[in-house]
Design a protein. Structure first.
Lengths: 396, 359
């Protein structure tokens, strides 16, 4: 049984370990030099005699039972586990494309390397991820001007089941106490010009009701996450995230998914899903207690998605000349009426640049009302033509 | 609602038909299940070519279209970039020159170039080419913008048409009666009784390298690949840049129904063919690939005319990979035939009752 795992974060590592313990021949592929993923970057150790860990290599195409890697190199598999995680979704506002604005995820990654790009910092967006980012920056000596959560914490009062089943999640809040005093809810950065940052109080739809000016040289934004699902463009999904059954199998037979590609629920849920996916991929029945942990974690993940959902009022933050697509310099006023994403792209060039719509396509869809098409990218990472030319002949 | 004509399909052909019919004073309703240019039209490179057609009815249609396009495509990134066709082997040199001579006799602007002259047009071209012909009339446009421009002022409804009797169309939302129906459903035209099959094609798109490649440049064996009826994979090197600086790389032809999976063997073949034309491309990253289905008629000629079996049902399809280039003349010819005008070109080669076409 050959199991290939893509991604070496908490979900991927758990899947690889579990599948190898079950006797499968396991290869874990990751684009970073070390295991750990975004969450455990630089803090994870991965050693398992049954797992071949391929580092610094990107996977770009799944073709039948073959995973294509940069190189070019191919891995054949009997089961594949997609554990490629998610990345921040930034919402645009006037000035978001200028200097001094980065995603919360990028700020976090830099902080883990001991780097902060600003001295007076604002963290703005929605979701519990804002607090650890602010904490990490403060630990590096930055002054936290504010941590702005666009939603209201009262939304969690509607989720008693999820909270009760996941009490440990709430106790995590204590570790962020140093920045909690800077936390303001129903608040967001809605413009930045130089170091002058416009901070607005929002109504429940995220429409500004009042605003003030703060001074900061760095604004870190994160309005939730989008999953990295390019390797399985045909797998079914709901709200962008991959659909999986109780054994973590996607709608494509033999292809499993674990971790944040299936929904945002934190590292412990990702790890539990990895165990289930690894066991199922190796042909074993997943342990009942882990299936139970996944069910519990999903309750929390779904509550999180509801409590921190993006509200439509953000669309009023933009001016006609606000950039929507940074790669191709497309602003709001350039987005014409269209009936589909392809029409929208080919008339405005939105989502046609280097990032291939990873940052802007979802926002462009929301701004125009054009139905989001899930952005099927058939080549997951850019590859030089010379490398494509060296692909092996038809495999038998 | 009782339009004079219902056009089924809002691709470049349906849009051109609708525009030409409206210009004759007819009321037109366009019906498409997705929207303007949502199928084949947006899945190509937006080429308006005469270079790839030998003397014959398709070249006549292409030349007539080429005359009409500049005025129609003003808001659609119209660019008269010119085509450069090159032979890459000693054996391919004479056939290319002979092909160009035949085209010149039929009124095509085809200038033979030496390899050095070709390199002065395209500095990164492989120095080992054995012959080159410069086609000044070859042009390019943005097919989505062109389709939208043609459809300006014309009603469009989003629905799937399941059947027609030439006097009405049946959709999921009910029956719409009309004076006549035009089947411009491209590779899906078979639903309405003509033998059109999907022929798969894939295009690679590189990261932007503005100014590096100036013309549409392709290998002379492309013409043979187009004319082939083989179902197996055929590829030929076709390279050109867009106004955004990206380079588009084709072309592949494959008959495998509506299967849209991307195959690594196609990517490999396209990459090799492109590098053979421009060795510097080996280092340029591909950032995406897209594919589509050409409406393929087994005898390689468009189908334009009334269906003798169902009066009132007209067809405008089967343009394979040349729909953008042939659209304005197709629309004009269809309107001429429907309204009793003098046909723009001889309509007989495109008639519906060809043995390969009637199903």
């Amino acid at each position: 049984m050959r199991v290939v795992v893509v991604g070496a974060g908490p979900a991927g590592m758990a899947a690889a370990r579990t599948a190898a313990d079950a006797g499968a021949e396991v290869t874990m592929v990751d684009s970073e030099p070390d295991a750990g993923g975004q969450y455990l970057r630089g803090r994870a150790r991965f050693e398992h005699s049954g797992v071949t860990h391929l580092k610094n290599v990107e996977a770009w195409l799944v073709e039948g039972d073959t995973l294509h890697l940069r190189g070019p190199r191919q891995l054949r598999f009997d089961a594949l586990v997609i554990a490629t995680g998610a990345y921040d979704r930034p919402l645009p506002f006037p000035g978001w494309d200028g200097p001094g604005v980065i995603t919360a995820g990028a700020a976090q990654a830099l902080a883990k390397q001991g780097v902060t790009l600003g001295e007076r910092v604002i963290v703005s967006g929605t979701g519990p991820f804002l607090l650890p980012v602010a904490t990490a920056l403060q630990d590096l000596g930055a002054t936290i001007v504010g941590v702005y959560e666009a939603n209201s914490p009262a939304r969690w009062l509607r989720e008693p089941r999820a909270v009760l089943a996941n009490r440990h999640k709430i106790s995590e809040l204590a570790s962020y106490r140093k920045v909690l005093s800077r936390l303001e809810t129903r608040t967001a950065v809605i413009a930045k010009h130089g170091s002058r940052v416009t901070v607005a109080k929002l109504d429940r739809h995220w429409r500004p009701v009042s605003h003030r000016t703060e001074h900061a040289d760095l604004v870190c934004i994160g309005h939730g996450f989008l999953p990295r699902t390019d390797l399985v463009p045909n797998a079914k999904r709901t709200n962008d995230f991959l659909d999986v059954d109780e054994r973590q199998q996607t709608s494509v037979e033999g292809v499993y998914a674990a971790g944040e590609v299936t929904g945002i629920g934190g590292a412990d849920l990702a790890e539990a899903e990895g165990v289930v996916a690894g066991a199922a991929a190796a042909g074993l029945e997943p342990p009942a207690e882990v299936l139970d942990a996944v069910r519990r974690g999903r309750l929390f993940a779904r509550a999180l998605a509801r409590a921190h959902a993006i509200q439509p009022g953000w669309r009023t933050w933009l001016s006609p000349d606000t950039t929507v697509c940074r790669c191709e310099k497309v602003s709001l006023e350039d987005l014409a009426d269209a009936t589909g994403m392809r029409e929208l792209k080919l008339t405005s060039r939105v989502a046609m640049g280097r990032c291939q719509g990873r940052i802007c396509a979802r926002n462009a869809s929301d701004l125009t009302g054009v139905p989001f098409d899930g952005q099927r990218r058939v080549i997951a990472v850019p590859i030089p033509l010379g490398e494509l030319a060296e692909l092996p002949e038809e495999e038998s | 609602m009782h339009p004079d004509v219902v056009v089924v399909g809002a691709g470049i052909i349906g849009a051109a038909c609708a525009q030409a019919l409206k210009a004759r004073g007819l009321t037109v309703l366009v019906i498409d299940r997705h929207g303007p240019a949502s199928g084949t039209s947006a899945a190509g490179e937006g080429n308006v070519l005469v270079s790839d057609k030998g003397p014959g009815p398709e070249l006549d249609l292409a030349k007539a279209s080429r005359e009409l396009w500049p005025e129609l495509a003003q808001d659609a990134e119209w660019e008269e970039k010119g085509g450069l066709v090159v032979a890459t082997t000693p054996e391919a040199s004479e056939p290319l020159k002979a092909f160009a001579a035949g085209q010149r006799a039929a009124g095509v602007d085809a200038c033979e170039l030496t390899a050095d002259e070709a390199r002065s047009h395209e500095p990164h071209l492989n120095p080992e080419i054995t012959a080159a012909v410069h086609y000044l009339q070859d042009a390019q446009l943005n097919p989505v913008k062109a389709t939208r421009t043609l459809l300006r002022g014309i009603d469009i409804t989003r629905a799937e048409v399941s059947a027609t009797d030439g006097r009405s169309v049946t959709t999921g939302d009910g029956v719409i009666s009309c004076g006549a129906v035009v089947n411009a459903a491209g590779p899906w035209a078979r639903t309405f009784g003509v033998n059109v099959l999907p022929r798969r094609g894939v295009v690679l798109v590189t990261t932007p390298i503005p100014g590096t490649i100036r013309h549409k440049v392709y290998d002379a064996d492309y013409v043979g690949a187009v004319a082939s009826g083989d179902a197996d994979l055929q590829t030929s090197g076709v390279v050109e840049s867009t106004q955004a600086g990206t380079v588009l790389i084709g072309s592949s032809r494959q008959r495998k129904g509506f299967d849209d999976a991307i195959e690594s063997k196609v990517l490999k073949a396209l990459a090799r063919r492109a590098i053979a034309l421009f060795p510097m491309l080996a280092h340029v990253p591909v950032m995406r690939a897209y594919g589509g289905f050409r409406p393929y008629a087994p005898d390689h000629l468009p189908i334009i005319g009334e269906d003798p079996r169902i009066p009132g049902l007209w067809h405008a399809t089967g343009h394979e990979g040349a729909g953008v280039g042939l659209a304005p003349a197709t629309g004009r010819l269809l309107a001429d035939l429907m309204t009793g005008g003098t046909p723009l070109v001889d309509p007989r080669p495109f008639r519906v009752d060809r043995p390969e076409v009637m199903v």
